[in-house]
Design a protein. Structure first.
Length: 510
């Protein structure tokens, strides 16, 4: 009985034909959703993109692992860690910048910029994020490299995987898993150092004095890293991550994607010299499967663009190595836009494969500046610039006034009316700060604090460094005063910085 899968697998659009004997070759059968996972053993490749990926892995991991250990002197009243999410004191330190909780819009702005940046990169270079910078890719790459060191390249790993559990197999697997655990613990361990003073926390972790939540976080992150990069691998990208679906909407005919140039590869031939001797028209693809063996997603790029492809470009390196060996121009698999691909296809049809191959550019930069990318970049730059302006022109003083609700006002024995307020004075400098508090808009009012009964129109207030001081203030006006709005003025006599907050003086009258 012919099943649906047979029908799909026999679809001529998915079946290459070798020119020599016209035998259908279908190495990479269409995978139905319910098919059990086939383990993937990517082979070692060498080339430009592989080198680039290793450099990026080193840079990204270097940033992740070493950033918490960079020191930044902020004086005696603030932590000296350059990048610190100080949740206990509700501060975020990033080198010279300090973000307070009420300034969370900076974080929101950064997230929007990250989103727009991702859109921009995707519309220019496809899934570059997935292929080069996504943590799942970076850690999976490292874990596969560990496997290669211990178990060998693709064929050796496949053989070992199929072999029974002998002592030698246990020894190799346990060595691999141990190294994975070391990397996983280092991954989880680095994360927590962003939330506390790194040297102190490291010492506390080793001596068993750190908070339980620190150990729990490290264990959770280590376990998920071990499981996702060690065992789940390409399934995370294919089934768990929503990004492959979203990115489909961002790619257009001008986006660079990893492309098998079938206009020069087909018809593929394993024995091209024999085929050429027979006078057959053969393409550059020698059907060696090196591109498939190198693919960490286990797909055949010659079947066209697929959701699983993370644009890691390892198939480009693998194929370039083969092209080099057979003496053909590099770039049978290359980064290409759909526009360029169609142009080369037409050229190949009209002027022959050799002409199209000669004029083929490996990477086209001609379509980077187009309305969509210009819009993304403009929005991204405008938000970034706006945030920088706000960041470097923001004040270091803030005041918020809360009026007492119960009672709203009190009539004193001499008939004058008193209102109570709580002022929240925020000083964002790293030194203790003497400030002056005064009243505007009520000429007949005086004020005082519970600590000092001396009535005055101006009070001297000391605010601790990098802190908010709650200040209770009473304001009174003579008998018969009407309700009125007025202003608390807070001034730093040293710097001249001043902030105001409007309040209401209630008397019971309308
Ligand atoms: S097809 Fe090529 S670019 Fe796509 S995931 Fe596989 S190796 Fe990477
Ligand atoms: S590596 Fe290149 S030549 Fe070999 S099968 Fe893939 S596309 Fe064809």
């Amino acid at each position: 009985m012919t099943t649906l899968l047979d029908t799909i697998n026999n679809d001529p659009r998915r079946t290459a034909v070798l020119v020599e004997d016209a035998t259908p070759v279908n190495n990479h059968e269409f995978r139905a959703d319910y098919e059990a996972r086939r383990k993937i053993f990517p082979s070692r490749v060498q080339g430009f993109y592989r080198q680039l990926k290793w450099i990026l892995v080193a840079v990204l991991l270097g940033i992740y692992w070493f950033t918490p250990w960079i020191r930044w002197d902020r004086g005696p009243h603030a932590p000296d860690q350059a990048v610190l999410l100080d949740l206990a004191h509700r501060r975020f330190y990033f080198f010279a910048v300090e973000i307070w909780p009420q300034e969370f819009y900076y974080v929101a702005g950064l997230l929007i910029m990250a989103g727009l940046g991702l859109f921009l990169v995707t519309s220019i270079a496809g899934r570059a994020w997935c292929g080069y910078a996504c943590p799942q890719t970076v850690w999976t790459d490292m874990f596969i490299q560990v496997e290669r060191w211990i178990e060998g390249d693709r064929n050796a790993r496949m053989k070992l995987d199929a072999a029974p559990w002998t002592f030698a197999k246990w020894r190799k697997r346990l060595t691999v898993w141990t190294l994975w655990i070391v990397i996983s613990v280092a991954t989880g361990g680095a994360w927590i150092f962003y939330f506390a003073d790194a040297p102190t926390l490291a010492r506390d972790m080793v001596t068993g004095q750190a908070a339980p939540v620190a150990y729990f976080t490290v264990l959770t992150l280590a376990a998920t890293t071990f499981w996702l990069a060690g065992f789940m691998r390409e399934q995370v990208c294919t089934y768990m991550c929503p990004w492959p679906r979203i990115q489909g909407a961002m790619l257009d005919e001008n986006s660079l994607i990893v492309t098998y140039n079938d206009w020069r590869g087909e018809p593929r031939s394993r024995h091209s010299k024999k085929a050429i001797a027979k006078g057959l028209d053969v393409g550059d693809c020698v059907d060696c499967n090196a591109c498939v063996a190198a693919c960490p997603m286990g797909i055949d790029i010659r079947d066209g663009q697929q959701l699983e492809c993370i644009t890691c470009a390892l198939c480009i390196d693998a194929c370039d190595t083969v092209m080099d060996k057979v003496g053909r121009p590099l770039g049978l698999i290359s980064y290409s836009t759909l526009v360029d691909f169609e142009h080369h296809t037409q050229t190949a049809k009209q002027q022959g494969r050799e002409t199209a191959t000669t004029e083929q550019k490996r990477v086209s930069f001609a379509h980077i500046a187009r309305p969509r990318t210009i819009l993304y970049f403009t929005l991204w730059a405008a938000i970034g610039l706006g945030m920088l302006v706000v960041l470097f022109t923001r004040g270091h003083l803030d005041v918020t006034v809360l009026h007492d609700r119960a009672p709203l006002f009190v009539t004193l024995s001499d008939g004058s009316v008193r209102n109570g307020y709580t002022l929240k004075l925020a000083s964002k400098t790293l030194d203790e700060r003497p400030l002056e508090l005064s009243l505007e808009g009520v000429d007949d009012a005086v004020m005082w604090t519970p600590e000092s009964e001396t009535r005055s129109r101006q009070l001297a207030v000391m605010v601790p460094p990098d802190a908010v001081r709650d200040l209770r203030v009473f304001v009174s006006r003579p008998p018969g005063a009407e309700a009125v709005s007025f202003t608390f003025l807070v001034t730093d006599p040293e710097s001249g910085e001043a902030v105001r907050s409007t309040a209401r003086f209630e008397t019971g009258s309308r």
